[in-house]
Design a protein around this ligand. Structure first.
Ligand code: CU
Length: 172
């Protein structure tokens, strides 16, 4: 009986690992940290994980920005006002915007596994001023995390959404 229990647990854990983790990114109209933004703005996940985008109103959507995806990766475009789930099968950086509020700086980054895959290409893109300012901060956070790791980049932790970083945040 005990042995059966152990194997059941192992199988459950394997099933969980295969399914991948999920992170929620909220699309916020008027939040604690400001208006018209994704929360969190930066998410760091692993290949096989997924992100669930959840709008707080009919105003928001999520759409990838061309040339800010890993080569060959499929982008997405959600129906505005609807929740949307994206599964990530390819490593690299994915940049996206809310089509309604791009010029207000409503943009975000998702890092899947290794950001070095397309970091330079993605950072090179230019945007409306407010979106540019947000991306500048997010790319700086990713660069710091690549070079020095989470503990050394407290500014980056504020915008991170991965479970590991949430734990790191609590320790601070
Ligand atoms: Cu929006």
């Amino acid at each position: 009986m005990a042995r059966l229990g152990v194997w059941t647990l192992v199988l459950l854990l394997l099933a969980q690992a295969a399914r991948g983790g999920e992170i929620t990114v909220r699309m916020v109209t008027d939040g604690e940290r400001g208006r018209f933004r994704f929360e969190p703005q930066l998410v760091w996940i692993q290949v096989g994980d997924r992100v669930r985008f959840v709008p707080d109103s009919h105003l928001h959507g999520t759409r990838t920005i061309p040339a800010m995806l890993p080569a060959g990766a499929a982008g997405w475009s959600s129906p505005v006002g609807e929740p949307h789930v994206v599964v990530f099968d390819q490593p690299g950086i994915y940049a996206y915007k809310c089509p309604s509020h791009y010029s207000l700086g409503m943009v975000g980054l998702i890092v899947v596994g290794d950001p070095a895959v397309n970091f330079d290409e993605a950072r090179r893109m230019r945007h409306p001023p407010k979106a540019q300012a947000v991306f500048a901060r997010l790319f700086a956070a990713v660069a710091c995390l690549m070079e020095r790791g989470g503990e050394a980049c407290p500014g980056a932790l504020e915008v991170m959404g991965s479970p590991d970083f949430r734990k790191a945040q609590k320790r601070q």
